[in-house]
Design a protein around this ligand. Structure first.
Ligand SMILES: [Fe+2]
Length: 226
């Protein structure tokens, strides 16, 4: 389960023989995950045009560029070219992060979402933030305050066993850059809201609570605790 929640969708595409290394190197290719709801299903909170472009264009571009980057990285590995490996790392962080983040994001949303978290998640929120409203206020503030493009996150700190709110710039993936396990992400790149909310990011962040899939967030917490 942990694997399912913390990796991104992949398909086993080809195994190529790498004579230099004398071994069979597995080549993973990432693919754009399907949404489990229609592009218009989150209206009026997030409109269909945003969802279509966000998923089929923006996320797809991260997937394509991640595959290209990994291919180059594999060539650099095969040649033992450490300089090339290091120079590819920003592209890996950006496109790999973009794929990881959006893959989580789609499942964090649901046309049947909104309302309040239940059970163990609700208890953890009350314990660590005082109330659900306090979590919403704190996470909204941290998310709206992201400078430029980035993400607001609710994450799980495995060491302390506590929930944490933080923000990441660009497409930095939460776990890869902070160690926190991602439970809920709010994308505040302009591509996520501008066509509907223009420059008023706070209105978008306020509206998104109406479509949060708390069951998915709960499942991620359960998986993170294992
Ligand atoms: Fe995005």
């Amino acid at each position: 389960n942990l694997f399912v929640y913390q990796t991104v969708s992949t398909c086993w595409c080809a195994a190529t023989v790498t004579p230099v290394l004398g071994m069979v190197a597995a080549r993973w290719k990432h693919s754009l995950p399907d949404l489990t709801y229609d592009y218009g299903a989150l209206e009026p909170h997030i409109n269909a045009e945003i969802m279509q472009l966000h998923h089929s264009k923006h996320h797809a571009t991260y997937v394509n560029n991640l595959n290209v980057t990994e291919e180059k990285y594999q060539e650099a590995l095969a040649k033992g070219d450490v300089t090339a490996q290091v120079s590819l790392q920003p592209a890996l962080r950006f496109n790999g992060g973009g794929h990881i983040n959006h893959t989580i994001f789609w499942t964090n949303l649901s046309p049947n979402g909104g309302g309040e978290p239940q059970g163990e998640l609700a208890a953890a929120i009350n314990r660590d933030f005082g109330s659900f409203q306090a979590l919403k206020d704190k996470m909204s503030a941290a998310t709206v305050a992201v400078q430029g493009s980035g993400w607001g996150w609710l994450g799980f700190d495995k060491e302390s066993g506590k929930l944490r709110i933080t923000a990441c710039p660009n497409q930095d993936p939460l776990q890869g850059t902070t160690g926190l396990v991602p439970l809920l992400g709010i994308d505040v790149w302009e591509h996520a809201y501008y066509l509907q909310y223009k420059n008023v990011r706070p209105d978008y962040v306020k509206a998104i609570w109406n479509v949060i899939n708390w069951e998915n967030v709960s499942e991620r917490l359960q998986a993170a605790k294992k």
